[in-house]
Each structure stands twice: as structure tokens, then as C-alpha cells.
Design a protein around this ligand. Structure first.
Ligand code: ADP
Ligand code: ZN
Length: 627
């Protein structure tokens, strides 16, 4: 028998079947194998897992025993471990889903130092009983490393704070010589500083990767008829694809999922109000079946590593850019083209602002939240490259993405802009006149009527035809006015309040009134102009279950081989109770269908085919390929 190599390149090739490390992976892996601590900031889909999995394997082979992987996601441990076992890596998890017998067996594997990786939730890791077990491992030199996944959970500034993560500082105090690698896709300065301080990573090397996800196309559309817009987007560009659609409320999740189903799209709801069993069942179906659209609140998604999610849609505005980027980042982990699509309108701005205003948090926290919301609104309103703005938010300078294959909407179709400086002044002075004329406040609808000189019942009742601002904005369309008002709220010159969303000037409105603020706005899209107020009652198309396109161009025979491989994979996956992508990614199957390897050696050259999978499935695959 050959002695297993501890070289990272060999492990990458032999265990995972990949030919080269990506970006900073090689450096990180080297550093951690050498015993160093690391903080790894990489976008979702960047390849964080290998940054601790390869070191865990190398150190285990070097005699250092078990690596502990701390993950907040109990529900996903089964599949994560399944993926490792498929690759021939002896791994396991400990969580509340196990029977006492199973748990005991795994503990024995751990205490014997035979396990390579053990996944645990932080609350279990920090129990006195578990720490005592770790002490024993440590004394015998069998504690190889700690990987702390989703490390931003330790920070109150982040959006996924978990109390249990705070206890993890015990690891450094108790096992100072054991390397720790903390990983996250959330990178703003405040959260980063928090992670370092709370996990005592002051001496860790920090690895920051580019946050660009070149295969994701970002698009923001003006919300007119959100469901119809979503349906059209899915039907036109993603029929038969797996996707995630985020909504703010549970009710909207349920309604949207139902509505998509009625329109012939397989959709499932997911939110914290559903029974845990239902949630688990829906998550499993999303992971295991093809072409399911998950309609969810933000309760869904962390740790979901399904590689072929082809789109992420937002029917409501997320809280901030970090959340938006993390949610959209769940699309296209396999590097194949994917879409981040969001519908956004005036009501979103108003809602998000109100949620912050009405939250019980302290003023400092609210100010921070408002600042973050503003940054997101600026992104939504942008008429230049969205990618440049996203990356700039994460401190990264970049060129506009027009040259990308999957350029953002604004680069693909640069929107027309118009100078709204004068219109903005008119709107604000009209609100000022309302104030002088009876001191009442009004919402956007009435304001726009007055500006456009429309004589409505309300206008007559309030005698608003007599205002000097009546009709001064007739040249600006209603759709344009909505953009102006949205922008004024987004930029903080206007405030929307109360049950009726009445508009009020803020302290900074004066700058606009004095003409000191230049406003260049995007023209509302044709759709926004057309459909506002005139529901078109779109007809739901019937379900056409179309096969998903393979990630590589294949001829007809290639497509047949691809389909045969997928059918074979589905059987294996269901036998092993694992998602299909854990067996092989689509890209790997497509490469097989294209290259038609005719021997085990040729098959081993395909990306994603490691030694264990070759041994377990090689002959079968050659048979399916007819070789
Ligand atoms: P993250 O945890 O950062 O979101 P993952 O670790 O899940 O990302 O990796 C994303 C995808 O990229 C996975 O499907 C993984 O198999 C693949 N991947 C990661 N590193 C490499 C590599 N060096 N070569 C080929 N594929 C890779
Ligand atoms: Zn762009």
C-alpha cells in the first residue's frame, strides 16, 4: 500500500478530482497546514470549504487526528458529511438528529483519532462534556484544527448573530497550539473587526479574495406588478431551473409560492412559521429534486451549497448590501451563468425605513442600519454599472462589467437618464406649500396629482388648485414622479410617515430647494410607464417541463449521454439518500458526455472525479457511456 500523500496538490487532485486551486486557496491551505491561524473572506461560491478540508486531510495524514468544523447549520450537516464520504474522506457530524447509539459510535471514532473531520454546532462544542473529550484528544496530539464556518455569526453587526458563537473564544484559550481557520462571506469592516476580536484572531493571517462573482448577472427592475414580473422572468429565462425567491413576510411567501404553482412553476414555501418537519421536507426537495423554486424569507439559505441554483429573485428589498450579496451569492456556485433579479419600488423604501424607525434598537444601531439601507437604495437606483457599485461597497475598485459575458443590466442596456433637479425642487416646494396651506401632510398619490394639475375630488376638497405649485409638474409623467419621490426618500430629503405614508420634508430638504443638489435619474422603464395602475391580468402559461440545458454545448448524441448520466446519478443519489450534486456536479457529467472517456484513466482526467469516486462509479459510468 502506498503511504497517503500530505501534499495539498495531490490531495486536491486525488480526493476532489480538481486540477488546480482557485485564487487564494493554495496559500490559505499551505498556511493552515503549517499550523497558522487564518481568517478567510471569500464570496459565496468562492470555494471556502476546500480551505479547511484539504488542511484537515493533510494534517490527519500527518498524524494529527481530527479536525472540528463548527457550523451553525445542523440541518445541512448530513449532506456536507455525505459529500465528504462520497469523496472517501472519513467524516461525521454530531447533532441532535442522531440516536444515542449513533452518537456514541461517532464519539468513539473521534476519540480514536480515526475521523478526519467532525461537524458540530457551537452549542455542543462548548459543553463541558465535549470540551473534556477535546482535552483528551489534545493531550494525545489528536486535535488537528478548528474550522469556524459562517464566522460572521459571532458579530452583532452581522445579520446572523448567534449567541453560541461567542463561546468559541474558549478554543484559543484552551488549545492555543491548534490552528484555527475562520471563514465567512460577509466582509464589511465592522463585522471583520468583530470576528477578529471575539474569536481572538489577532495573530491570524487575513485572506481577502475578490468579491466579484463574474458568472452572476445583476438586474433590478421597477416594481409594477411584482408577481407577473417574476413569472415572466422565470418563464422567459429560467423555465425548469432551480431558483430562490426572497420575500419579506411569511404571508407573502405562502401566497407567492401558491401563485407560482398555479402558474405552472414548481414552487415550495419556506419560512420560520412552518412546522420544522415541513421546512426540512421542503429543503430536502429543493436540494434533491431538479427545477424547484424555493420561495422563502431570509430564514432560508445559509449554508445551502446546492451548486446549480440558476437564479435568486427578490420581491422585496433586503435589509442592506451584505444581505443582498449573500442571498444573491447562492446563485451559480458552480460557476455557470446565473441571475440575481430584484423588483423594487417606492413602497420598499418606505417599508424598510419604517422598520428601522420602529425597531426597539438604540439610536446608534438605527443610524448604522439607515446608512446601510441608503447604500442599498443607491445601488437599486443606480444607472451605471451595478457590479462596480457592489464591489466598491466591499472596498474593491473595478471596471464596469460591460465586457463580461454576464454583464449587469445597466451595462447590457444603459438606461436613459434625465435631469430631475428641477422636478425635485418642485416636489419639495409643493410639500412646503401643503404645510403652509393648512399644515396637513399627504401621500405620494395626492402630491403627484397636484404637481400634474389633476383636479380630483380630494384636490377640490382641499382647494389645492389654488396652490402656486398646482400643475407645475405636468411635463413630468406619473412614473417619473414616482422615481423622483423614491429617490428623495432614498437620499433622506423626504420622510414618509404613519399609516398613510404621508410625506414630510427633512432638515436637509433645504439643500434641494436651494438647487444645491443635482439629480440625474434613470428614466422609468417602458414597463413601469405602461403598467402602473393598468393591471394587465396576465394569463398564466401552462407548465412546460423543459429539460435544463447542460453547462457545456453538446450535440444531440452528447445530450443523450448527458441525460443517461443524469438518470444514473439520480438512482445513486436516491440510494445514498443524498442530493444528486453530491455524487457529481452537472458540469462533471457534461464533461463526461462531451469527452466520452473510454477508460478508467481517461475518466480520471475529468474535473470532479477523484480516486474514490472513480473506484466506486468508474465502471458504471463507462457502461452508461456505452464504452
Ligand atoms: P463557498 O463555501 O465559498 O460558498 P464552496 O466551498 O461550496 O464555496 O465551493 C463552491 C463550488 O466550487 C463547489 O462546488 C466546489 O466543489 C467548487 N470548487 C471549489 N474549489 C475548487 C477548485 N479549486 N477547483 C474546482 N472546483 C472548485
Ligand atoms: Zn455592469
Amino acid at each position: 500500500m502506498t503511504i497517503a500523500s500530505t501534499s495539498p496538490d495531490t490531495i486536491l487532485h486525488e480526493v476532489f478530482g480538481y486540477s488546480a486551486f482557485r485564487g487564494a486557496q493554495a496559500e490559505i491551505v499551505e498556511h493552515v497546514i503549517g499550523g497558522g491561524d487564518a481568517l478567510v473572506l471569500m464570496p459565496t461560491g468562492g470555494g471556502k470549504s476546500l480551505c479547511y478540508q484539504v488542511p484537515a486531510i493533510a494534517r490527519h495524514r500527518g498524524g494529527s487526528g481530527v479536525a472540528l468544523v463548527v457550523s451553525p447549520l445542523i440541518a445541512l450537516m448530513h449532506d456536507q458529511v455525505g459529500a465528504l464520504e462520497e469523496a472517501g474522506v472519513h467524516a461525521s457530524f454530531l447533532n441532535s438528529s442522531l440516536t444515542p447509539d449513533e452518537a456514541q459510535r461517532i464519539e468513539r471514532e473521534m476519540m480514536g483519532g480515526r475521523l478526519i473531520m467532525l461537524y458540530v454546532a457551537p452549542e455542543r462544542l462548548t459543553t463541558p462534556r465535549f470540551l473534556a473529550q477535546l482535552d483528551s484528544l489534545h493531550e494525545r496530539g489528536l486535535l488537528s484544527l478548528f474550522a469556524i464556518d459562517e464566522a460572521h455569526c459571532v458579530s452583532q453587526w452581522g445579520h446572523d448573530f448567534r449567541e453560541d458563537y461567542l463561546q468559541l473564544n474558549v478554543l484559543h484559550e484552551r488549545y492555543p497550539g491548534v490552528p484555527r481557520v475562520a471563514l465567512t462571506a460577509t466582509a464589511d469592516d465592522l463585522t471583520r473587526a468583530d470576528i477578529i476580536q471575539r474569536l481572538q484572531l489577532e495573530d491570524a493571517r487575513i485572506f481577502i479574495s475578490s468579491f466579484d462573482r463574474p458568472n452572476i448577472r445583476y438586474a433590478v427592475v421597477e416594481k409594477t406588478e411584482p408577481r407577473q414580473q417574476l413569472l415572466r422572468f422565470i418563464q422567459d429565462e429560467h423555465e425548469g431551473d432551480a431558483g430562490i425567491v426572497y420575500c419579506q413576510s411569511r404571508k407573502k411567501v405562502d401566497e407567492t409560492a401558491q401563485w407560482l404553482n398555479d402558474s405552472g412553476i414548481s414552487a415550495l414555501p419556506y419560512h420560520a412559521g412552518l412546522d420544522a418537519n415541513v421546512r426540512k421536507r421542503h429543503q430536502d426537495r429543493f436540494l434533491r429534486e431538479e427545477g424547484i423554486v424555493m420561495v422563502a424569507t431570509i430564514a432560508f439559505g445559509m449554508g445551502i451549497d446546492k451548486p446549480d441554483v440558476r437564479f435568486v429573485g427578490h420581491l422585496d428589498l433586503p435589509k442592506n448590501i451584505e444581505a443582498y450579496y449573500q442571498e444573491t451569492g447562492r446563485a451559480g456556485r458552480d460557476g455557470q451563468p446565473a441571475d440575481a433579479w430584484m423588483a423594487y419600488g417606492l413602497a420598499d423604501v418606505v417599508n424598510q425605513r419604517r422598520m428601522i424607525d420602529e425597531s426597539p434598537a438604540n439610536e446608534e444601531f438605527k443610524r448604522n442600519q439607515r446608512g446601510k439601507l441608503d447604500a442599498l437604495l443607491t445601488l437599486a437606483e443606480a444607472h451605471d454599472c451595478r457590479r462596480v457599485r457592489l464591489l466598491a461597497y466591499f472596498g474593491e475598485a473595478s471596471e464596469r462589467c460591460a465586457a463580461y459575458q454576464n454583464a449587469c443590466d445597466n451595462c447590457q442596456n444603459p438606461p436613459a437618464t434625465w435631469d430631475a433637479t428641477e422636478a425635485a425642487r418642485k416636489a419639495l416646494s409643493c410639500i412646503y406649500r401643503f404645510h403652509q396651506h393648512g399644515g396637513q401632510r399627504y401621500g405620494a398619490g395626492h402630491l403627484i396629482d397636484v404637481l400634474r394639475g389633476k383636479v380630483t375630488e380630494k384636490v377640490e376638497q382641499r382647494n389645492h388648485q389654488s396652490l402656486s405649485t398646482f400643475g407645475i409638474g405636468a411635463d413630468v409623467s406619473e412614473a417619473q414622479w414616482r422615481v423622483v419621490l423614491r429617490q428623495l426618500i432614498a437620499l433622506g430629503y423626504l420622510q414618509s410617515e404613519g399609516e398613510y405614508n404621508t410625506l414630510e420634508l427633512t432638515g436637509t430638504a433645504r439643500e434641494v430647494l436651494r438647487g444645491e443638489v443635482q439629480m440625474l435619474l434613470r428614466e422609468p422603464s417602458e414597463a413601469a410607464k405602461r403598467t402602473r395602475g393598468t393591471r394587465t391580468g396576465g394569463k398564466a402559461s401552462s407548465s412546460r417541463s423543459r429539460d435544463k440545458a447542460p453547462p457545456l454545448p453538446l450535440d444531440d448524441q452528447g445530450l443523450e449521454r448527458f441525460a443517461a448520466l443524469k438518470a444514473w446519478r439520480a438512482e445513486v443519489a436516491s440510494e445514498h439518500n443524498l442530493p444528486a450534486y453530491v455524487v457529481f456536479h452537472d458540469a462533471t457529467l457534461a464533461e463526461m458526455a462531451q469527452a466520452q472517456p473510454d477508460s478508467m484513466d481517461a475518466l480520471a482526467q475529468i474535473s470532479g472525479v477523484g480516486a474514490k469516486k472513480l473506484e466506486a462509479y468508474g465502471r458504471e459510468i463507462l457502461r452508461v457511456l456505452g464504452m
